[in-house]
Design a protein. Sequence first.
Length: 395
Amino acid sequence: MVNKFLHPAGGAETYVFKLGEYLKSQGYEVEYFGMYHPDNIVGNRWDLYTGSVDFHKKGFLSYFTNPLKIVYSMEAKKKIGKILDVFRPDVVHINNFNYQLTPSILLAVKEYRRKYRKKVKVIYTAHDSQLVCPNHYLYRPKFRRTCEKCLNGGGFGNCIREKCIHNSFLKSCLGTLEAIYWNKRNVYENIDVIVCPSSFMKEKLDTNPVLAKKTVTMRNFVEPVVPKQEQNGKYVLYFGRYSEEKGIRTLLEVCRELPQIPFVFAGSGPLEYLMAGLDNVENVGFLKGKDLEEMIQGARFSVCPSECNENCPFSVIESMMNGTPVLGCDQGGVPELIENGYTGWLFTAGDVETLKKKIKSIWNSNEPELFRVACREKEFDTLEKYGEKMCKLYL
């Protein structure tokens, strides 16, 4: 199992850890490869990891003698190559890897196949649109709008012109170089199957003819829960990362204009400071497990205000599994999850006035209580069912 982070950092990591646990329960031997971090909760027997790379950190380029390591990591290639040599896996399941591990890990797999003449299956779960968009969100941060200029042969150079990666010219240059270089080398030919958690993601990846013949749609799994039968929601809930592309700035503008409605935010991120001075906003920080379940079940409804193109957000699935309807953005993979007027509602992403009217209207209606039953009846794959499907792809 390959993922750049081997410690809890987001939905992709939850996916990796849970799927790895399932595979072990079925008798598979599982080893992990990624970056070293003191909080890593999974790893490999040989303590082979790459050094930590923080692409978000200001001035990060000064930490490297060669910033092109963001494009090609000889360290990652050599270390995963050593693991392949001694572990001899049947499957390499790749998750998030760009910029930190880099696609050079696929060259190591290619060499391993050739060296041992072994048919090792390479599966890639597309947690985002990185393979067709250097920004990986199909998003223009400067204008807080979605963008598909690099798709359909538009060219990755748009990333530089728009400064799509953290609104930084240097980072956008590196991201563009990475995309152009690896596509020219046809490195993604080494992937056998690309698992897309949404039809939206499959549609976007299919714009690249190399990827189109490899994609399949499999929605994310979710652990079953037993929500309380009596749920009298007392607040509007947002849980997730506090960042620009997640629509936090827009949501907080709405909070400021609706002082009579209580909001709870559960998470962390760079825009946390914007909550200061808002008396109707309670920031409870990052929650997980039972604490998160109780917080979701105590909400009247939850909000997914993302302004980027979400794939298959765990927050939407988890909310409905806990019997709490969702007000979600009308783009990306979110509309595939929410049945408008049945398990939740949709609004125009990034539109402050529309979001304000929706929240106020829903808060003053009895729809949240009516929708709870429909949410509880919504079916998603359990880990076991999803794992069974994944094992068939491994064959």
